[in-house]
Design a protein around this ligand. Sequence first.
Ligand SMILES: Cc1ncc(COP(=O)(O)O)c(C=O)c1O
Length: 382
Amino acid sequence: MSDSFALAAFLARWSAGIRHDLAASDSETLPLSALLALADAEDQRRWDALDLGYADPRGAPWLREAIARRHAGLAADDVLCCAGAQEAAACLMGALLTPDDHAVVVLPLYQPSEQAVTARCAATGVPLADDGAWTLDLDRLAAALRPNTKLVLANFPNSPTGASLPRAALDALVALCRRRGLWLVIDEVYRETDTAPPPAVVEVYERGISVDGLSKGFGLPGLRVGWIACRDRALLARTLAVKSGLSSCLSSASEVLAHVALRNSEPILARTREIGRRNRARLDALLAQHSGLFAPDGAHNLAFAFPRYRGGDAEAFAADLARNAGLLILPAALWRSPLGRVPVDHLRISLGHARVASALEVFDAHLAEVPGSRIQPAPCPV
Ligand SMILES: Cc1ncc(COP(=O)(O)O)c(C=O)c1O
């Protein structure tokens, strides 16, 4: 299998000529001045007196405490901060997996996380069912377990499908993992843009590990602040040892800004969700207008939609859009995995940015040129 990151390669290939971006998965960001304007006196003092020496390698205690407060029963020492969720997942896999282990990976999965597993041990993919609801088949997952299976890794709410794990399914998955003593690692970076997420796995399972960060719903990927929340402090110490080979501490400026963001999560998330909600309504209307080309998208995430493309080769369609309309949309094939089948007839369309509104107008105009795209009015009864 190639080690290259298909999504990054696709973006690198097309970004130069792109005028309309419908590929992003983060949300509308805030300028530094707007974020700082939300700082209370304590954070403003931290910012004004910013210490630029090496900082606590686990993340500042007050930042970890603010993260821990998001989860019932967690304390600052149950949190390890990393340079983004991507580094968090990679370090965790480095701390958990050895060549003698086996892992079960729920597909589709963010490719760097999948590769953090497959670089270390044998893995079996369990694809979400393409059944309209992207159901996780627990029997299939149970059948994939081996005597040496150490963990299950999944991304819920899922990218690119937008699938959420309903509470009952989460409970059943936890029960299965508990019976087998497995770690259950869930990348939860799209929780904040889900309209009805289940609890974080760290809250419902003693071996549940939540990977999260500020890149997506908070719209702050430039801060590079992600984290692992987990009740096993010995595992966090081993993860820290792996992380120390990559980065010694977070950026001190990012720590203060992340703390401001977490203390003001309500207004920040209300703003990004409202943008996502409006864009979802616009996109749903567009998809309905072009039902010859697209099935309606049943997902309820506000970061992106994932409609089925009915026009044939979705990858070629996305390439044509990039080349001829300067419009970037991600074909599902970018999530292809050697571990199992992922859907290739869908497109991931971003919803989280204000610029999506005008990009959707361009998309609509382009689609109007495609024969058979628009719904035909029903003939008038005589
Ligand atoms: C599922 C998933 N996990 C992790 C990441 C990486 O997040 P971060 O920018 O915080 O490293 C992404 C980014 O697209 C993602 O889609």
